[in-house]
Design a protein around this ligand. Structure first.
Ligand SMILES: [Zn+2]
Ligand SMILES: [Zn+2]
Ligand SMILES: [Zn+2]
Length: 285
């Protein structure tokens, strides 16, 4: 269905999923479900804390910092800024060892949350926390970034990135979307939208995270060219295993280490975008 990303110079913006799991991850400790048992042996089925790396040429932006081994993945000087959606541990726990680094100061953008997580604000080390306000756009490495409020148990921001090659919305953690955010996205028209979907379809609306019903409602309302689901829990993986092919064509499931590039297509007709995926297991990130 998806093509391999060619190794040429036309790539301008790419998104790598470093983790696509919910807080327990996959496998869930002690779980005997089909997916968790398989994921114990098959590393491709595992889901690490939800996070991604946005690359604009050489500039690297980390979206959420829940991976525990950030200092090994990103030696000094290889990461340029961090954007946090919110201060739940599965999105910030990697900052605790990283802050005591001796390298460059790292700007960490995030919502205006008085508490933060643990003593991160008090003992920030090399991290420079910068508070963002909803809908106050700013420029970062040639991108226009607009933070949008989400619906979660802690103050949470999604991020809309605008670049010459297209528009990307990264929206987790959330249950549904606030009306203002949904209206903004409808009018903004993302090319690629990445959305929290922790659970399979549920009879009763879930708290704090989307189930598949809510995620598809947002997709129908906003109509991005492509929707990728992330922050996935093991119950959703079990459901997907039994309902392969049930999702609309433009809806995909993110996997750890997948990379999506936004490439302008050189055609005489009006330029448009495609999303190409490459599994970069060998890339070491
Ligand atoms: Zn989370
Ligand atoms: Zn399980
Ligand atoms: Zn959360």
């Amino acid at each position: 269905m998806e093509m391999i990303l060619p190794n040429d110079q036309s790539e301008t913006l790419s998104l790598r999923f470093l983790g696509t799991g919910n807080a327990p991850g996959v496998p869930v400790h002690g779980c005997r479900c089909d997916i968790c048992v398989k994921a114990t042996f098959n590393t491709e089925l595992r889901r690490e804390p939800c996070s991604a790396l946005l690359e604009i040429n050489e500039y690297k932006i980390l979206l959420d910092a829940g991976l525990p081994d950030l200092k090994q993945r990103f030696p000094d000087g290889t990461l340029h800024s961090i954007l946090l959606t919110h201060y739940h541990p599965d999105h910030v726990q990697g900052l605790f060892p990283l802050r005591w680094g001796l390298g460059q100061v790292l700007p960490v953008y995030g919502p205006d949350d008085q508490e933060g997580c643990g003593d991160l604000f008090k003992n920030h080390g090399i991290l420079d926390f910068i508070k963002l306000a909803p809908f106050q756009s700013f420029e970062l490495a040639g991108l226009i970034v607009t933070p949008v409020p989400l619906l979660h148990s802690k103050r949470t921001l999604g991020y809309c990135f605008e670049h010459d090659s297209g528009k990307l919305a990264y929206l987790t953690d959330t249950v549904g979307l606030p009306q203002k955010t949904q209206s903004f996205l409808k009018q903004w028209k993302p090319d690629l939208m990445v959305l929290d979907c922790s659970f399979p379809p549920m009879d009763k609306a879930p708290k704090n995270h989307n189930d598949l019903n809510l995620a598809l409602e947002a997709y129908t309302a906003i109509k991005p060219k492509k929707l990728l689901l992330t922050h996935i829990g093991h119950e959703l993986d079990v459901w997907l295993n039994e309902h392969e092919g049930d999702l609309p064509d433009a809806v995909g499931i993110a996997r750890d280490k997948d990379r999506y590039g936004m490439l302008p297509i050189k055609k005489p007709a009006e330029p448009y975008l495609i999303y190409q995926k490459a599994n970069l297991s060998e890339a070491g990130l």
